[in-house]
Design a protein around this ligand. Structure first.
Ligand SMILES: [Zn+2]
Length: 295
């Protein structure tokens, strides 16, 4: 438990589906707030057991062979969090409580131990306990489509938003801690013009055999939907190092990266958000997730 007197004045909670999502989506944001002395707490919902593996020497880790990828990815996440200076990272309900569900439509979706099959209310209570302990002013997660439709990302959205509601209700499970209302909730976003330009540059650089399509990138929206732009230029190196730490999942090459499909994408140090609950702190776009938040 975090004693009230020990809590830094600014506290950020991020809820993600798999190890690596946090570094790709929010690596610069996490590094920036950690460097500024904010408490940054990451809750990852699964170990990513169903992932593919890029390095041939690690191919034996996959679910259809040794099925030890989840444990391995705990180590990758630990290294990534060292790279961005984040000490408080946890797994929803503890490591291995919810298994990776695989892409939408695969047989793993039906496994009773997978995150997709979890009761969102029950899963949310694990997060309610974290929210009431940490008392974050800001929550970052995915939109209702999970950014791109992966079942674990959709479920992470449901659980995060359910926990946001339940944590604030004093009548709900008082033994999990005193009620806490998170002031601002954000979705991860990617402005269409930014990703289109970035993908064009990626294709021109030709570092990877192919280039991702706009539709492969999570959270793409019209530019006007974005409320908040986090300039993480000073933390680009930390973000790249965090992504490199997820070596089974990501190949980083200069200002570009690829997942196991080997399709290049731009590695962007500026990260984008949409405020969906709470009041913006002044004129849009905001440049700080904590804008307008009282400590
Ligand atoms: Zn993911």
């Amino acid at each position: 438990m975090t004693a009230a007197s020990d809590r830094p004045p600014r506290r950020l909670l991020l809820v993600h589906a798999h190890p690596d999502d946090e570094s790709i989506g929010n690596g610069a944001t996490m590094a920036r707030y950690a460097a500024e002395g904010a408490l940054v707490t990451l809750v990852t919902c699964t170990l990513g057991e169903g992932g593919e593996v890029i390095p041939p020497e690690s191919a034996h880790l996959t679910a259809d062979r040794d099925d030890t990828l989840g444990e391995h990815r705990i180590g990758e996440l630990s290294a990534a969090m060292r790279a961005v200076g984040v000490a408080d990272f946890r797994f929803l309900g503890g490591p291995g409580r919810y298994r990776d569900s695989g892409m939408m439509g695969v047989a793993e979706n039906d496994r009773p131990d997978c995150f997709w099959q979890a009761d969102p209310d029950e899963a949310a209570d694990h997060l309610v306990a974290v929210v009431r302990e940490v008392r974050p002013q800001v929550l970052v997660t995915y939109d209702e489509n999970g950014g791109y439709g992966h079942p674990d990302h959709v479920q992470a959205h449901r659980v995060a938003l359910r926990a946001y509601e339940l944590a604030a209700d004093p009548a709900h499970r008082p033994e999990l801690g005193a009620a806490w209302r998170i002031a601002k909730v954000y979705y991860n976003r990617m402005p269409r013009s930014v990703i289109e330009q970035g993908l064009k540059e990626t294709a021109d650089a030709a570092v990877f055999p192919g280039t991702a399509a706009t539709g492969d990138v999570p959270g793409v929206v019209d530019d006007a939907v974005v409320t908040t732009v986090l300039d993480g230029t000073a933390y680009a190196g930390a973000k790249a190092a965090a992504m490199r730490a997820h070596a089974t999942q990501i190949t980083v090459a200069g200002r570009y990266f690829a997942l196991s499909n080997d399709l290049g994408q731009p590695l962007l140090a500026t990260e984008y958000y949409e405020l969906v609950h709470g009041e913006p702190g002044g004129v849009l776009p905001e440049t700080d997730l904590f804008a307008g938040v009282a400590p």
